[in-house]
Design a protein around this ligand. Sequence first.
Ligand code: ZN
Ligand code: ZN
Length: 302
Amino acid sequence: MRERILETGTETEANGERSAFRRVVETAFELVYPRTCWICDERIVGAEAGGGRSGDVGAVGVLGGFRVPLAALVCAECRRAASVPARTFCRRCGRVAIRETARGDDALCRFCLRKTGAAEFAFDEVRPMHFYRGTTRALVLQLKRTVDPTLAEIAARLYFESRRRVLAAFRPDAVVPVPMNWRRRFLRSVNSPDFLASALARELGVPCWAKTVRRVRATPPQSAVDWEARRDNVAGAFDLKVGKADGSLDRLKGKRILLVDDAFTSGATANEIASLLKDDGDVEAVCVATLARAGLGKGRRL
Ligand SMILES: [Zn+2]
Ligand SMILES: [Zn+2]
């Protein structure tokens, strides 16, 4: 049933029983969580909280697997703002694609099209949800400091809704989060890529291999501007966990991996992990899934 609703984006009259059930669920939910938007904190008004418009339907797992409509958690404005922007992202590097090639999901930027000035990334594609600004920036920052995993479920749902087509085309076998620097994790006490990756894995119905990649040395903050300096900064910072009990390395062979990070700036970190996964893990393909494309001068730095 859920799949059918997701496909059509509408609820039918014949589905009255489900609507009645949904009202009960929502009422119960409202007792626990007041209806303010999880991203902007504005109150969600009754009519829009009901959802039902095309693209708005979708449920988010909260409260121990209990699912409520996304529209009851995020206001209509934030849902709209977090969807893919009018400008298309380059599939190779995540820059803004140029018009001549802006054919949906296969679009390229002018650098990748001419193969000049384009970084040779080890990953096969990068799929940001939006620019690092406005609602998406607020979401990324919230994720870094919110302990409640509901927000990660919301972010995963928004991502899934907006990038459904590329996810289906890529056909990932497993989801792998970019590991955080332990010092940053300690200070923030939230590992947002981890939370986001496991929520996205649930949406996709594939396993999340959270411990496959580990950080073997802390990296200083990426303050350098140029790509080479950023790449050198993360070189050798990661390792693949040698799976004795669970065979982590063997299970990577020939797999298609969705590498998840909350934000993507130069691509140096994702590139380092992707080359590790390919060289040492023998994976077939890596697609980087990220909420925000930062570093394009359209938003403030992370
Ligand atoms: Zn909002
Ligand atoms: Zn590009």
